[in-house]
Design a protein around this ligand. Structure first.
Ligand SMILES: *Cc1c(COP(=O)(O)O)cnc(C)c1O
Length: 382
């Protein structure tokens, strides 16, 4: 079986985790701030808050930006459900912005049109969550300009994107957003087993993110609202959660970070090989935006014979090639249909979904295995 993605764990990674197990700190030890600082240094953000998943990071990012009942949050329909669910956790309503038909990323033009309409109805969003599908950056400068014009905040869901860049700046630098979220699930670019991170340039937002991560509790005596009762005393100021990352997970993530650039380079090398073979096949690769460097979480193609997608998928799976489809549009999930969405709401996303196929891509994908994927795909399409 050739999987569509897989983690790469080195002896250094194992040693880093074992070292924590033998230390005094299993959770919230020294590896948490070290991992956070390393990601700030890497990406160019000022602050980073490590949590137990990207889903948690998206939730507290919405809370830190003040998302509450009565607010609207917009995201892409071509994403993992977590990008939309985070708004519902806050009691807000979710809507979607249709995608660019060739990239599957949120279309800044569709966003502009939807904003004009929303403004006339007094129904503008509080937060927009663009998702960097495959690790390919969205057109962030355009989305940022619209944010200034229409007054919404921006959370980048860069769960696929760590290690990539846009206009020469690493994703996570937050040059065009308030908060950027990374995922360290094992299928993603680097892993901490489960884990996520929220990055920002704002000290105020970082403080709120940290507060929501751990029960809304403050321990710093300078921040107390009541007289200090003694050294045991702490105060709860918000309704927060236990979204803390453990030191074991942080040690793994920090160790993996050492090989991030290598992973991204290998993913891009393999993607270029796919690109060269795909040019002879009736498929169109989903390409990164020009001027951006993709982390290449997924290698996705659009089939010209989209009516045969199911058949081609089944044939390749039967041959032990774990192709995949990312993603079934979120608004068509039964849960979201139950909230009033319906087929035809986002036509570009629905058309994109019908055409796409994700091919196996991970840093240790052997040349012979990649060649087999290409040969079997070509045979299907012949
Ligand atoms: C994986 C993923 C998430 C959720 O990440 P977890 O760390 O598993 O919570 C959110 N958004 C997107 C686009 C993802 O791919």
């Amino acid at each position: 079986m050739i999987p569509y993605g897989r983690q790469d764990i080195s002896q250094d990674d194992i040693d880093a985790v074992v070292e924590v197990l033998q230390s005094d700190w299993l959770t919230q030890g020294p590896n948490i701030p070290a991992f956070e600082q390393a990601l700030c240094d890497y990406s160019g953000a000022k602050f980073a808050v490590a949590v137990n998943s990207a889903t948690s990071a998206l939730h507290i990012a919405c809370l830190a930006l003040g998302v509450a009942p009565g607010d609207r949050v917009w995201t892409s329909p071509i994403t993992f459900v977590a990008s939309a669910n985070c708004a519902l956790y806050c009691g807000a309503t979710v809507d979607f912005v249709d995608v660019d038909p060739s990239t599957g990323n949120m279309s800044s033009e569709a966003l502009r049109i939807k904003l004009i309409q929303a403004k006339s109805q007094g129904a503008l969003p509080k937060v927009v969550i663009p998702v960097h599908l495959c690790g390919h950056s969205c057109d962030m400068a355009a989305i940022f300009e619209l944010g200034k014009e229409y007054g919404f905040k921006i959370i980048e869901d860069a769960s696929h994107g760590i290690g990539g860049s846009y206009q020469g700046h690493k994703l996570g630098s937050c040059g065009y957003s308030d908060i950027t979220v990374f995922s360290f699930h094992p299928v993603k670019i680097i892993t901490s087993a489960e884990g996520g991170m929220a990055l920002t340039r704002s000290r105020l937002l970082a403080d709120k993110l940290a507060l929501f991560r751990s029960h809304g509790i403050r321990r710093d005596p300078d921040t107390m609202l009541r007289p200090n009762e003694g050294d045991w005393y702490y105060e709860q100021h918000e309704l927060g959660f236990n979204y803390r990352m453990t030191d074991l997970h942080a040690a793994l993530g920090l160790s993996q970070l050492n090989r991030l650039d290598h992973f991204v380079a290998e993913r891009n090398r393999l993607a270029a090989i796919y690109d060269s073979y795909c040019s002879d096949l009736p498929v169109t690769p989903v390409d990164p935006l020009t001027g951006s460097q993709s982390a290449r979480h997924l290698y996705m193609i659009r089939l010209h014979q989209s009516e045969r997608r199911r058949e081609i998928f089944d044939i390749l799976r039967a041959k032990g090639i774990q192709v995949h489809v990312h993603y079934f549009p979120v608004h068509l999930q039964p849960y979201y249909l139950g909230r009033g969405f319906k087929e035809g709401d986002f036509v570009s996303a629905e058309a994109f979904y019908q055409q796409i196929l994700t091919l196996p891509l991970y840093p240790t994908l052997a040349s012979s295995d990649q060649q087999r994927v290409i040969n079997e795909l070509a045979a299907c399409l012949a």
